[in-house]
Design a protein around this ligand. Structure first.
Ligand SMILES: [Zn+2]
Length: 174
C-alpha cells in the first residue's frame, strides 16, 4: 500500500479497531447495510465517478471500501474487497479490522446512514409504520432515524441479521 508516497505495511495500519467513518462503493451496497446494522457510520457512493468518490473519502476522512482495484490503488488507506458474496466480504473486512463489531445496534439508519436515536412514540404514530403495538406497550424500545424518520425496533428482521453476523463470526473461528 502506498500512502502519501511512502510504502507502509498494510496489516499494521489496518489491524484492530475499524475506522469511525467508512465509504462503501457502489458494488458494496449490501455490505454497507450490514456495517450500518452494527452501528458504523458508512456512507454509500452510488452513481459517482472515481474522482468524486476519492474526494468524498478525503474530505470526510472516510476509509473507502471498494471492489475496484484501480480505485483502491488511488485512494490512500482504501480497503480492497475481493469477495462477491456478503459472507466473504464480511470475512475480508474482519481480516482488516479484527475488532469489527458483530452485534446489531440501533445507531445508524440502514437506509440513509442517518443517526438513529431512541424515541417514544404514541400508538397512532407507530401503527402506520407497522411496528408491533402490543410489544411496544410492554416496553419494546423504538428508534428513529434523525435524517429520514424511518422507525426501527428489534424484530424478526434484526434477528435474522444478528444470526448471519453470528454465523460469520463462528465461521472465522471467533
Ligand atoms: Zn434514515
Amino acid at each position: 500500500m502506498v500512502l502519501k508516497g511512502k510504502v507502509i505495511d498494510a496489516p499494521s495500519v489496518l489491524r484492530g479497531v475499524p475506522p469511525e467513518r467508512l465509504l462503501a462503493d457502489e458494488m458494496l451496497g449490501r455490505l454497507a447495510r450490514y456495517l450500518r446494522f452494527v452501528g458504523l457510520d458508512t456512507a454509500y457512493a452510488r452513481g459517482l465517478t472515481d474522482d468524486r468518490i476519492a474526494r468524498w473519502a478525503s474530505e470526510e476522512g472516510r476509509v473507502l471500501l471498494t471492489r475496484d482495484r484501480g480505485l483502491a490503488a488511488r485512494v490512500p488507506g482504501a480497503v480492497r474487497i475481493r469477495a462477491r458474496d456478503i459472507a466473504g466480504q464480511w470475512r475480508e473486512l474482519r481480516g482488516s479490522f479484527s475488532d469489527l463489531p458483530g452485534t446489531v445496534r440501533f445507531a445508524r439508519c440502514t437506509r440513509c446512514n442517518g443517526e438513529v436515536r431512541r424515541v417514544t412514540l404514541s400508538p397512532d404514530a407507530v401503527e402506520p409504520v407497522g411496528a408491533p403495538v402490543a410489544r411496544i406497550a410492554t416496553g419494546l424500545p423504538l428508534y428513529r432515524c434523525t435524517a429520514c424518520g424511518h422507525v426501527y425496533w428489534s424484530g424478526t428482521h434484526t434477528l435474522a441479521v444478528q444470526r448471519a453476523l453470528d454465523r460469520w463470526a463462528a465461521e472465522s473461528g471467533r
